[in-house]
Write a protein that binds this ligand. Structure first.
Ligand code: IPE
Ligand code: IPE
Ligand code: MG
Length: 236
């Protein structure tokens, strides 16, 4: 992988396959999630190091609440630990962390930890890591429409102002460029409600590799495939 040619500015990752990774080792699903969190820390450091400007990772979807309570509780605990550790270690690296998704649906203490992590890292000038939590693309679009409708009611904007350029300011990803490349691990080939609006022109890369096994070499492979794609945006 050549770092100097055509690096995607924004990489999205659907980190899938933690459960199957654990199952193949006769371990509980929680163990897979724990290893998955480790993979995330390694890949985000690496992505920053090679010069990726934005990385968005799908960590918990609006649909994931339908999992057994024990698994959801385990994931929330893992998230607590991840946030605390990263608040503590923020000095060590240069990554700016932002959360996308409806954070109001998360436990109160987690919402506070998110604000602390975002605050502690907001001056960092390395990669921006967007963590999608209680995120659903359709939910994001509906929330954005509601905010836009409020602005119409309050006469801040009028219906005739609505266009794509205006609308994107209401999305969780306002000020974040669209993902150039979306990676999904574990062999599934679907978006599962990730970045629905923003992925209109993304390149997709699917790999059978399960998320806890996804390492620098796998990331390089995905970037290389992207670098060889011919992006046309409707042109010849
Ligand atoms: C992805 O791994 C992590 C989350 C969705 C939180 P999965 O838990 O979906 O793992 P599989 O797909 O069951 O293997
Ligand atoms: C998508 O994975 C969500 C995350 C990776 C957080 P899922 O495993 O939840 O998606 P489906 O259910 O296979 O579509
Ligand atoms: Mg899955």
């Amino acid at each position: 992988m050549d770092r100097n040619i055509n690096l995607p500015a924004h990489v999205g990752i659907i980190m899938d396959g933690n459960g199957r990774w654990a199952k193949s080792r006769s371990m509980p699903r929680d163990f897979g999630h724990k290893q998955g969190a480790k993979a995330l820390e390694k890949i985000s450091k690496y992505a920053d190091e090679i010069g990726i400007l934005h990385m968005s990772v799908y960590a918990f979807s609006t649909e994931n609440w339908n999992r057994p309570k024990k698994e959801v509780d385990g994931l929330m605990n893992l998230l607590r630990n991840y946030l605390k550790r990263n608040i503590k270690d923020a000095k060590k690296d240069n990554i700016r962390v932002c959360v996308i998704g409806d954070r109001r649906g998360l436990p109160q203490d987690i919402q506070e930890l998110i604000i602390r992590l975002e605050d502690t890292t907001k001056e960092k000038d390395g990669m921006q890591l967007n963590i999608a939590l209680n995120y659903g693309g359709r939910d994001e679009i509906i929330r954005s429409i509601k905010e836009m409708a409020k602005d119409i009611e309050n006469k801040k904007i009028s219906t005739s102002d609505i266009n794509e350029d205006l609308f994107i300011n209401y999305l969780d990803t306002a000020n974040i460029p669209d993902p150039d490349l979306i990676i999904r691990t574990s062999g599934e080939e679907r978006l599962s409600n990730f970045l629905t609006w923003q992925s209109a022109y993304s390149e997709f890369y699917f790999t059978d590799c399960l998320w806890p096994d996804f390492d620098k070499a796998e990331f390089d492979k995905a970037i290389e495939v992207y670098q060889n794609r011919d992006r046309r945006f409707g042109q010849v």
